[in-house]
Design a protein around this ligand. Sequence first.
Ligand SMILES: C[S@@+](CC[C@H](N)C(=O)[O-])C[C@H]1O[C@@H](n2cnc3c(N)ncnc32)[C@H](O)[C@@H]1O
Length: 198
Amino acid sequence: MKKISENIINKYAADHNLSLIQLNLGCGGRPIKQWINIDNYDYEKNDSSRSGSHYDIKMDIRNLDCQDGTVDKILLVHVIEHFVRWETINLVRHYRQKLKIGGQLIVEMPDLHECIKIYLQGRNAPHMKTPIGNISIGRTQFYGNQWDELDYETHRYVWDINEFTTMLQTEGFKIIKANHDAVFHIKGRDMFVVAEKI
Ligand SMILES: C[S@@+](CC[C@H](N)C(=O)[O-])C[C@H]1O[C@@H](n2cnc3c(N)ncnc32)[C@H](O)[C@@H]1O
């Protein structure tokens, strides 16, 4: 096993005098101060899903270079839906390994059930502008970003809140909060889940 100082994330935290290790994974254009912002893809002009890529560390979030049991918080905002279902379960196991006991996994992402309810409102639903026309904000999420030809922006699986929280509990997390009070994107449509490693 590597020494703690040899792990890129632990070294970054030590070099920047961070008392907590808080990771904003798939940060895109939303870096957070005092957090370590991580993304693996530089901004491309044809990307209509984000405003930039402002990471502190360039890394694949499927394989964090970080000592096990050293992370306080992991935040994923509109990121989980970019992975197929089984890969997300592997991600959750990987993140559990990296978190301290009591460390938090915080996830904001579209809830399939709410997206379908919005979609069924038809023309009355709020719509958003995309390169392929105005699309309901429910519909945009099912197979999100099918237009920019960017693999990392394509949606692959949209969870509903019950399915996602049940999976987290199976994988050794306690649910602290699970509602639709989204902080970063769209309240009501998106779920906001805080889970603690037990
Ligand atoms: C829809 S954007 C969300 C960006 C930001 N969190 C926000 O809410 O605006 C999804 C982000 O996940 C990143 N991403 C996707 N797959 C990734 C991977 N394997 N490793 C690192 N970042 C990844 C993309 O580069 C992109 O910045």
